[in-house]
Each structure stands twice: as structure tokens, then as C-alpha cells.
Design a protein around this ligand. Structure first.
Ligand code: PLP
Length: 432
């Protein structure tokens, strides 16, 4: 399979380049030349299949021309070491828990698959693959955990000093082994600028065999389509889900669209956002206007220029009408989100995190107008990741901290302190 840039269909690369390079030089996004479809054989028996079997079938549809099926099966099995259970709050009101992975957010699915696929793509190379990633919190933890102890790889994470939560920092700095954390005396933007500067230095980038793990990498998107099928399987036969996706960069929603292309019956999608509502506004008006992001309590969705929008648009061949026919958008304020966290607890004794709460509000609004529909709200993170908001709304210690997060508190933080001077950073990379 070849992959082309959304900006230039004649710029085509193979799988290894699309995954290791992540971004085409023209700043478009890579898309497969033909979109995979799962055949009748799969759809005849899909409801009886396990999560892993579904994952293997989807991975084969995307990557089967380039990666042997045994290798793909190993990659999927290594990725899916935890489940994605569907919880029913009330008839027609379902929540898909995507936080059972090691770092308690859905990003574990994508990061774990990408780490294993990258390791396979570089298996014959005698050079170590160096993954550079800048993080404002969650992505770095998922990437660090995913690559930890993966042979032939090492990860360098840049994070802004004093600007990530205590537990998030431990997720980045306490793993050791092939994971190195750089605590940058600056902002998240400074971290991103440093990462970019390393990629722009051809010589450095070549000699260190640098790659990036950002969220527009196709290898992170494809495994996210697995759990849309897994969710639909857990509904009664014949019920077509309305998927409600709390969105920021719109990778998760794009993965849902890939699942529809594969043949999954879906009633509708809802793009649920906080006040950063560029996409809901586009769906309403047909005008796409990016703007600087605003800080909210669902901070993983604070995105003013969603990086996967180009891909979504490409999937609808640029047609606003057809996107609008398949996706509705709606946004909510922090006050509404806080009220939803309290309400879900009061009604169902369920602790929903601020991102899931935005989704739940969107699902409720949809069901009010479509009473017979079954909504599946993607619960993108475990509420224990957001202790401040949860304690403010539900009282102290309202959310039990899972063991895998709690153990981090006692681990030692190891980070190298650096400033924002690219020359010093490059020097450090060369000497690593
Ligand atoms: C990253 C993230 C999102 C947004 O997902 P996109 O794929 O960027 O739209 C939503 N919720 C949580 C908890 C996240 O970490």
C-alpha cells in the first residue's frame, strides 16, 4: 500500500516512510491510497469475535500488504492487553470506557500499537530509533509507557517545568531504562520548538535516526478504530450506535470514520467539544476558522486548530454537506461540564471525568431529540487523572486512584534540566 499527502496526491511514500516520518514535507497528512474495507467474511461473524480477533482483522486490512500476518497479530496482541468495556448508565445511554490501559487514557491504544509497529518496521536496522516527543501532559506518558523496554528504541520526552501535574510528571520521569525525560525551563510551545529544531537539522535527525510520536501518525489512528467495532459488538443485535466523541485534535473521531469505511454500521457521530468549538461551528455554518486555544477543565481537548481536520475533510471528499449529514457538533462550557459530573454521580453513582462529561451532555441533548437512539459516549480518560475537578464537584477522595497510578507517587523522579537554547539541546542529543 502507498500513502499520499492530503496536500498533494502525487507525493506518495511507502508504509515505513509514512509511519517513521509521520508528517509529509508539505505539511499535509498521510492517507492510504485506498481505504480498507473488511469483507463479508468478517461481517458475517464479527459479533462473535474477540477484541483481539477484531484488531487483527482491522490491522490486516490496513497493513496486511506490508507486514506479515503473524507479525501483525503479535503487534495487536501486545497492544490489547486490556479491555474496552461498555457500561450502560440507563437504557440507550452507554459509556465506552477507554481508560483501562497503563496510563489511564485512550491514547494508550494508539501509542502501544505505534511503538510495536515502529519496532517491526526498523527491525533490520542496526541503528537505534530515537523517538522525540514534546508533551503538555498526557501524550508523553502514553508514549513513554508504550516504548518502555521496546528493543531498538529510545524515547526523549520534553516537558515544561512546573506545568504538568505531579502524577503526570511521574509518568514521564520514573520509568528509566530507554526513556529519558528533559525538564525544560520554558513553556510547552518552547518544548515543541526544540523538537522541531532537531528535526530541521538534517544532519542531527539522520545521525540519531529521529522519529516523532505525535497524534497525526497513522499508526496511532488505526488501532483506535478497533474499539468502535468492539463497542458496537456489546450492544444488542441490530442496534446501530450513535457515537459521541469528546474531541480535541479529532484523531479519535477520524478513527470512527475509518471504522465506518471498514463496514461498521453506525447511526451517527457527534463531535462534542468544550469552548474550543472550531469543528462544531464549521458543521453549523460551513466556515472553518481556527483560533488560539482557550484553557478549560477538559484540557486534553483545548485545541484551536485541530490537526486531524484535514483528514476528516478528505474522508468526505471536501463536502461540508456530506460531513454534516454524518456528524453533528455541539459544545459546552466548564460550568455545564461540572454540573454534568455531579448529575451523573447523583443519577447513576458513576464518576465521569471532565472529557467524558462533555460527551455525556452531547449524548443527552441528542437523545432528547431522537428518543429511540442508543448513544455510546467515549470515556476517554479515568477520572482519577483529574483529582482537582473531581474533588471540587464530588467531595474529597470521591474517586479511587487505581493501583497503577498510585504506585507512581512513591517512585523517584529522574529528569535532566535544560533551557530553551536549541544549540544546547542539540549538543545534549549528540552526546546521548
Ligand atoms: C487526547 C484526548 C482527547 C482528544 O482526543 P482527539 O483524538 O485529539 O480528539 C479527549 N480526551 C482525553 C482524555 C484525551 O487525552
Amino acid at each position: 500500500m502507498l500513502y499520499h499527502s492530503t496536500n498533494n496526491p502525487s507525493h506518495r511514500v511507502d508504509l515505513k516512510e509514512a509511519i517513521l516520518r509521520s508528517l509529509p514535507p508539505d505539511n499535509g497528512l498521510y492517507m492510504p491510497d485506498s481505504l480498507p474495507v473488511l469483507g463479508d467474511d468478517f461481517w458475517k461473524s464479527w459479533r462473535q469475535q474477540s477484541f483481539t480477533e477484531t484488531g487483527i482483522a482491522v490491522a490486516n486490512a490496513f497493513f496486511g500488504e506490508d507486514v506479515p500476518s503473524q507479525a501483525l497479530a503479535d503487534i495487536v496482541e501486545g497492544t490489547l492487553t486490556f479491555d474496552a468495556p461498555l457500561v450502560t448508565l440507563a437504557p440507550g445511554d452507554h459509556v465506552l470506557e477507554l481508560f483501562h490501559g497503563p496510563t489511564l487514557a485512550f491514547k494508550d491504544f494508539g501509542a502501544r500499537f505505534m511503538a510495536r509497529l515502529m519496532a517491526w518496521l526498523t527491525r533490520g536496522d542496526d541503528r537505534m530509533l530515537t523517538v522525540l516527543v514534546a508533551t503538555s501532559g498526557d501524550t508523553g506518558g502514553a508514549v513513554a509507557s508504550a516504548f518502555h523496554n521496546v528493543p531498538g528504541t529510545r524515547v526523549v520526552i520534553l516537558y515544561p517545568k512546573g506545568k504538568v501535574s505531579g502524577l503526570q510528571e511521574k509518568q514521564l520521569t520514573a520509568l528509566g531504562g530507554n526513556i529519558t525525560a528533559l525538564e525544560i525551563d520554558g513553556s510547552f510551545d518552547d518544548c515543541q520548538t526544540l523538537v522541531k529544531s532537531a528535526f530541521l537539522d538534517r544532519d542531527l535527525s539522520e545521525s540519531l535516526n529521529l522519529t516523532s510520536a505525535n497524534s497525526i501518525n497513522l499508526a496511532r489512528l488505526v488501532p483506535q478504530s478497533f474499539y468502535y467495532i468492539q463497542a458496537a459488538r456489546q450492544l444488542p443485535d441490530g442496534v446501530k450506535p450513535v457515537f459521541v466523541v469528546p474531541s480535541g485534535n479529532f484523531g479519535n473521531l477520524t478513527a470512527g470514520l475509518l471504522a465506518v469505511n471498514l463496514g461498521l454500521p453506525v447511526d451517527h457521530f457527534i463531535a462534542a467539544t468544550n469552548l474550543n468549538d472550531v469543528v462544531p461551528e464549521f458543521l453549523r455554518t460551513g466556515h472553518y476558522v481556527t483560533r488560539p486555544s482557550m484553557a478549560t477543565i477538559s484540557n486534553a481537548m483545548d485545541v484551536g486548530a485541530p490537526s486531524n481536520f484535514t483528514r476528516m475533510s478528505a474522508l468526505f471528499k471536501g463536502s461540508w454537506e456530506s460531513m454534516k449529514a454524518n456528524i453533528s457538533g455541539i459544545s459546552f462550557t466548564d460550568d455545564q461540564t461540572r454540573a454534568a459530573i455531579r448529575e451523573v454521580k447523583a443519577l447513576y453513582d458513576y464518576e465521569i471525568d471532565p472529557h467524558g462529561a462533555v460527551g455525556w451532555l452531547a449524548a443527552r441533548a441528542w437523545r432528547a431529540e431522537h428518543p429511540c437512539s442508543s448513544t455510546v459516549t467515549l470515556e476517554t480518560a479515568h477520572p482519577a487523572k483529574f483529582p482537582d475537578v473531581m474533588n471540587e464537584e464530588l467531595g474529597p477522595d470521591a474517586v479511587e486512584i487505581p493501583e497503577r497510578l498510585a504506585v507512581l507517587a512513591d517512585r523517584e523522579k529522574v529528569a535532566i534540566q535544560l533551557g530553551t537554547d536549541p544549540a544546547v539541546f542539540h549538543e545534549w542529543l549528540r552526546s546521548m
